[in-house]
Design a protein around this ligand. Structure first.
Ligand SMILES: [Zn+2]
Length: 299
């Protein structure tokens, strides 16, 4: 199985267009201390020929352009991207669908709850219904979006997208609006969970034994945004478990049998983004990798 991390940042990317926080500022310099990063997406293929895109970020055009295996290969119009899967309806995961118009056939997969966010907004009709098939998938049901690649979606603690929040919103609920994906090719298993509010025993049991885990690295501490002075929201309020502190993912997953542990969906306020920081050191000393764009794995 081939995996390419197309975008390793959370919503806003790095640097975020309007942000002068120390990390975004460093990402604008040539110092090399902070690598710029695009927004959350990965590409997966069983054979290097046919690819599944998991999440379609607002940066998708640049990501495809920067990734030669995703370039058109034959005829006048072509794409090796056969399918796109959504793990939630966040803007950083769906806005890129608008770039995938131009009459290129592919299948769009997601739970009914996630596809509702797309179906309910007519701007996405630029993906013509007779060209792009939208296929709702039940939780815990194995399907094959690309021949040779089996995917099973499962609910993880989360919340509805920010733009769908209302008074009834519940954080940490396990519904089909925020899911993880277990992606399998032959004996190899990859768990992709870019958004998760809490590590539960169910989740640990589900991912035990995977060859690689790509996990929510939005915040280091629950109060990263407040510490950085750029916001008032905690990680929990945004539906993201912190890496460290009470209930943090590093500690919670320490005893789970996992091949490679990689943080993705990293917010631009997270100090682990600074290459020479003590925070990066601490995370790496616990056997976690902080993803950068273009990081690829062969499982
Ligand atoms: Zn920033």
């Amino acid at each position: 199985m081939h995996v390419v991390i197309l975008g390793s940042a959370a919503g806003g990317g790095l640097p975020q267009w309007n942000c002068r926080c120390p990390i975004c500022s460093l990402a604008r310099t040539e110092s090399g201390r902070v690598k710029p990063r695009t927004q959350s997406s990965i590409a997966v293929s069983p054979d290097g020929e046919r690819w599944l895109l998991v999440n379609a970020s607002p940066d998708i055009r640049q990501q495809i352009s920067d990734t030669s295996v995703l370039h058109p290969r034959e005829g006048l119009r072509h794409s090796p991207i056969h399918a796109v899967l959504l793990t939630n309806g966040d803007v950083d995961h769906v806005a890129g669908l608008l770039t995938l118009r131009e009459g290129q056939p592919f299948t769009l997969y997601g739970t009914a709850g996630i596809l509702d966010s797309v179906n309910g907004n007519r701007v996405f009709d630029v993906m013509a219904a007779d060209v792009v098939r939208r296929e709702p998938i039940r939780l815990d049901y194995a399907f094959e979006p690309v021949p040779g690649l089996t995917v099973t979606l499962f609910a993880v603690p989360g919340k509805v997208p920010l733009w769908l929040e209302d008074e009834s919103m519940e954080i940490g609920a396990e519904t089909e609006t925020t899911v993880g994906a277990m992606i399998e090719s032959g004996p190899k298993r990859l768990a992709y969970i870019p958004g998760c509010a809490r590590v539960t025993d169910d989740l640990k049991a589900r991912i035990a034994g995977v060859d690689a885990l790509l996990f929510d690295g939005t915040v280091l501490h629950d109060d990263d945004m407040i510490r950085a002075g750029v916001g008032t929201k905690t990680g929990w309020r945004m539906g993201h478990v912190p890496m460290t502190g009470p209930g943090g993912s590093i500690e919670a997953l320490a005893d789970t049998d996992i091949g490679r542990r990689i943080f993705v969906h990293i917010n631009n306020t997270n100090p682990v983004l600074v290459e020479d920081s003590v925070e990066r050191d601490r995370v790496e000393s616990r056997n976690w990798t902080v993803a950068h764009d273009g990081l690829s794995l062969t499982l």
